[in-house]
Design a protein around this ligand. Structure first.
Ligand code: SAH
Ligand code: AVI
Length: 353
């Protein structure tokens, strides 16, 4: 793996043991990282700017990327294994059926994945490569450095032929500074994470992907579909309370990064499907009047019982809505895979000449 030899062994051990704290969204990885930091192509607010803009006045909100510190990423992994959270297992099933067909059609020189997380499902594409005797490189692109490091190490050791080149950064900061490659690139964006963008942002992001493609490149997009409200509500309110932990964990991130004193016990998790906007809206609802200090910002927030912070939106798409999103950006739909219950879509689209 590139850059690995630059790593001093003690630093690496510290990294893996989690002794070095990493701020989500902090792109300065220092010299010890095995990841390549992607310079933002345009200004993205840092956590201080985001919190000032989002929390100091109502309606309060936070960008979802701050969920993904090391603990948040692990909690997300656990969400994916709950009985209620159908998206992961549904997408996984689609990938296990169609990965070989996809790899044989695309024959990628490089697979680049946005928001790669634990890349568990992406392994199905690598397994298909092995079965088809095809080799390629893999560039996972994520904001969570500890996850990116661990996953890259594991993949490199499990797939010796795979050249893993982890990219650390914020994919919302533009794609102009992604490393250039020769040959066919397969862009991958799984898990329904496109739903965490507002509709205009989703359209812009797909257009940015299209603009960074060469003719003959492909995009593999996984997106969640509109369905029965009860199923959706249950998926974001699992019985074990893991989604609640995940939601509340963002307050720990703010405490650490901004020297704030949020007490998670003053908030409750809430997630509900908004059937007008076709999205889950996830909130942290304040359950008692209290004051929070944010030392680093030199600010105080007065919270009143009943008010809330919007921490995430998760849009659900229709079959046609998804196809329009891709076609509007100039992509050509090659295949639109869906299971019998139509819970989730996996679309392979190509960049025409
Ligand atoms: N693709 C995986 C993980 C989805 S969770 C799956 O399907 O299971 C969303 C992932 O996107 C997390 O790993 C998170 O760290 C990453 N992420 C969220 N916002 C990001 C941003 N703005 N830039 C880069 N990565 C981001
Ligand atoms: C990462 N993203 C697609 C997940 C979702 O379903 O919107 C994040 C999540 N939030 C709560 N549960 C899962």
């Amino acid at each position: 793996m590139q850059n690995k030899q630059r790593l001093k062994s003690e630093e690496y051990e510290e990294y893996k043991s989690g002794d070095i704290a990493h701020a989500p969204g902090s792109l300065a990885s220092g010299s010890s990282s095995i990841c390549t930091s992607i310079e933002p192509a345009r200004h993205v607010p840092d956590i201080a700017e985001d919190v000032r803009a989002g929390l100091l006045s109502a309606p309060r909100s936070l960008p979802p990327k701050y969920f993904y510190d090391e603990r948040g990423s692990r909690l997300f992994e656990q969400i994916c294994t709950t009985p209620e959270y159908y998206p992961t297992r549904t997408e996984e099933k689609l990938l296990s059926h169609y990965s070989e067909e996809i790899i044989n059609q695309v024959k990628p020189e490089e697979i680049i994945e946005f928001g790669s997380g634990n890349a568990q499902k992406t392994r199905l594409l690598f397994d298909a490569c092995e079965r088809s005797d095809h080799t390629c490189s893999y560039a996972p692109f994520d904001v969570c450095e500890p996850m990116l490091e661990t996953v890259s190490e594991q993949l490199q050791s499990d797939y010796h032929w795979l050249d893993v080149k982890p990219l650390l950064g914020d994919y919302r900061a533009g794609l102009d500074h992604l490393p250039k490659t020769h040959g066919t690139r397969l862009y991958v964006f799984l898990g329904g994470t496109i739903g965490n963008f507002y509709p205009e942002e989703a359209q812009e992001f797909i257009k940015e992907i299209k603009d960074s493609m060469q003719a003959g490149d492909y995009l593999l997009l996984g997106a969640d579909r509109v369905k029965d409200n009860h199923l959706l509500d249950a998926a974001y309110n699992d019985e074990q309370g893991i989604t609640a932990e995940f939601n509340l964990n963002v307050l720990n991130v703010l405490n650490r990064e901004l020297k704030a004193d949020f007490n998670p016990e003053n908030f409750e998790h809430q997630a509900e499907f908004n059937s007008v906007r076709n999205r889950i809206e996830m909130h942290l609802v304040c359950i008692r009047d209290h004051i929070v200090h944010m030392q680093q910002l030199d600010e105080i927030i007065t919270f009143q019982k009943g008010e809330s912070i919007l921490t995430e939106v998760s849009h659900k798409f229709t079959f046609d809505g998804l196809e329009n999103l891709l076609v509007e950006s100039g992509l050509h739909i090659c295949k639109h895979y869906e299971p019998e219950n139509k819970y989730f879509s996996l679309i392979l689209a190509s960049c025409p000449e």
